[in-house]
Write a protein that binds this ligand. Structure first.
Ligand SMILES: [Zn+2]
Length: 475
């Protein structure tokens, strides 16, 4: 299918690219911030939710944007997948570093939003003095627009990286996550890289006073796995009760799960996370983190941190019942009762290992266990000092001396599939936001307007460090 000649695409790049070059020379960050905002405005107007079929046209418009900036057509690959698509962009380097490419990834789809629930229309970019609003304005069309504009800026300024830089924009991260699997399976030669930077999540944290307090880089994700635990019984009439009962059996198993704690686990990522977060927190929690770092078996520190929902997941595997179903009539003994148990598995363990542990804990060989869906095991990515050093250099002119904190996410993003395919993957973004203002997936999603220019400066700095000609300062 030829997406390149779409009318909307032509219209958009006529609007975007008829610019006197002097503006780009005098104030490149201001100039490219305007272009990134125009791309974001177009992106938000497209309702790229699952099943709407709007991702391919969005991808085609982005493709046109790269073409207009001088990328050759053979550097661009639009990959259709059912009613969605991915876009791969290769920025050819001169190969002088002798290193494999760096992959940059973000996703073009969004989760649904009902205009009746929102204060502003979710599929129109709206703004006030501080924020842009719209579905996807944070997750993840902001970063799609930034990465696109960044590549355009680099290309138009004549930058030649010392290794290839590759973009992969995927098309269903928020639902099936099949486009990333198509890329790692069928397009490996086009997206293969020394490592991937998933530009979705991570990034700068602002406190309530609007000051930057830390910058997070995701090094690992826990494996998401769900199990259905079912107690079965011959059933019967409720007027003739017996001692054996599926509800009692399941209730006993659930109580055993409640009493069970998976072992405390740490790795280089979580210990560094605690070490660098401890000084930023006052009181008991900060102290507990510091004690855990010096002695990972400190019982009191473990108890304090386990009591905090924000940190319990960083200490090991967790499994928790989330749904119950069962029985078929109020006057019948139940024949089947099921509890759904959702687990977030610490890197280094397979879902099967955790299932066996749950079976031992439940201690009833008559229970039936089923795996719900297909869990993806994602190993932690190796510590990447080169990346952390580049982030530190890029942040210095924006937020000098900011602590950089490695993080382990508890969900599954496209990065898990890159890791599973053997491409180490790190998540970070140039956005600085107060976690209280982050409404990704929720109502009235927003991003600080200041994030546009900050992100462009940040990424320009990172690329200069990782792939660059350090004579170009970028701002
Ligand atoms: Zn996302």
């Amino acid at each position: 299918m030829c997406y390149r000649n779409s009318f909307l695409g032509l219209l958009l790049f006529n609007l975007l690219f008829i610019n006197p070059s002097s503006a780009a020379d005098n104030d490149p960050v201001g100039h490219y911030s305007k272009r990134a905002t125009a791309l974001l405005r177009d992106a938000i107007s497209r309702e790229t939710v699952r099943g709407a079929g709007n991702v391919p046209a969005y991808a085609a418009t982005l493709q046109d944007t790269f073409l207009a900036a001088g990328f050759p057509s053979d550097a661009l690959t639009l990959v259709p997948y059912n009613d969605t698509a991915s876009l791969i962009v290769r920025y050819a380097g001169d190969g002088s570093s002798g290193r494999k490419p760096i992959l940059f990834s973000a996703h073009m789809d969004v989760v649904p939003a009902d205009p009746n629930d929102w204060l502003r229309h979710p599929f129109e970019l709206q703004e006030d003095d501080t924020f842009f609003y719209g579905r996807g304005v944070l997750d993840n069309k902001f970063d799609v627009s930034i990465l696109t504009t960044l590549f355009v800026w680099l290309k138009e300024s004549g930058f030649v990286p010392n290794r290839d830089l590759v973009i992969a924009f995927t098309g269903d991260e928020e639902s099936l996550q099949e486009t990333v699997q198509q890329l790692t399976r069928d397009y490996r030669d086009l997206i293969d890289a020394e490592y991937a930077l998933v530009v979705d999540g991570g990034g700068g944290v602002l406190n309530d006073a609007g000051e930057a307090i830390q910058f997070r880089v995701g090094f690992a994700e826990k494996t998401y796995a769900t199990f259905a635990m079912t107690a079965k019984n011959a059933g019967g009439h409720s007027s003739r009760p017996r001692a054996d009962n599926a509800i009692y059996d399941l209730a006993r198993a659930i109580q055993r799960l409640e009493a069970h704690q998976f072992p405390i686990e740490t790795n280089e990522i979580t210990l560094t996370y605690f070490a660098r977060t401890a000084p930023l927190l006052d009181g008991e929690v900060g102290e507990a983190m510091a004690r855990l770092v010096s002695d990972p078996s400190d019982e009191r520190a473990i108890a304090t941190l386990r009591a905090e929902p924000e940190y319990v997941g960083t200490l090991g595997t967790t499994c928790i019942p989330t749904m119950l179903s069962g029985g078929h009539a109020e006057n019948a003994l139940p024949r089947a009762v099921t509890a759904t148990v959702n687990c977030r598995i610490f890197p280094g363990h397979t879902p099967n290992e955790i299932l066996r542990e749950l079976q031992l804990v439940a201690d009833n060989s008559n229970l039936q266990w089923d795996v719900v869906g297909v869990p993806v095991s994602s190993p932690a990515s190796a510590f990447n000092n080169e990346l952390l050093a580049a982030v530190a250099v890029a942040l210095e002119p924006i937020h000098p001396g900011l602590p950089i904190v490695p993080q382990m996410g508890s969900g599954t993003t496209d990065g898990a599939y890159f890791r599973a395919a053997g491409i180490p993957s790190y998540s970070l973004s140039g956005i600085f936001i107060n976690p209280k203002d982050s409404f990704a997936h929720g109502l009235n999603e927003r991003v600080p307007r200041a994030a546009v220019s900050e992100s462009l400066r940040f990424w320009r700095g990172v690329i200069n460090e990782l792939a660059g000609d350090t004579s170009i300062t970028g701002s």
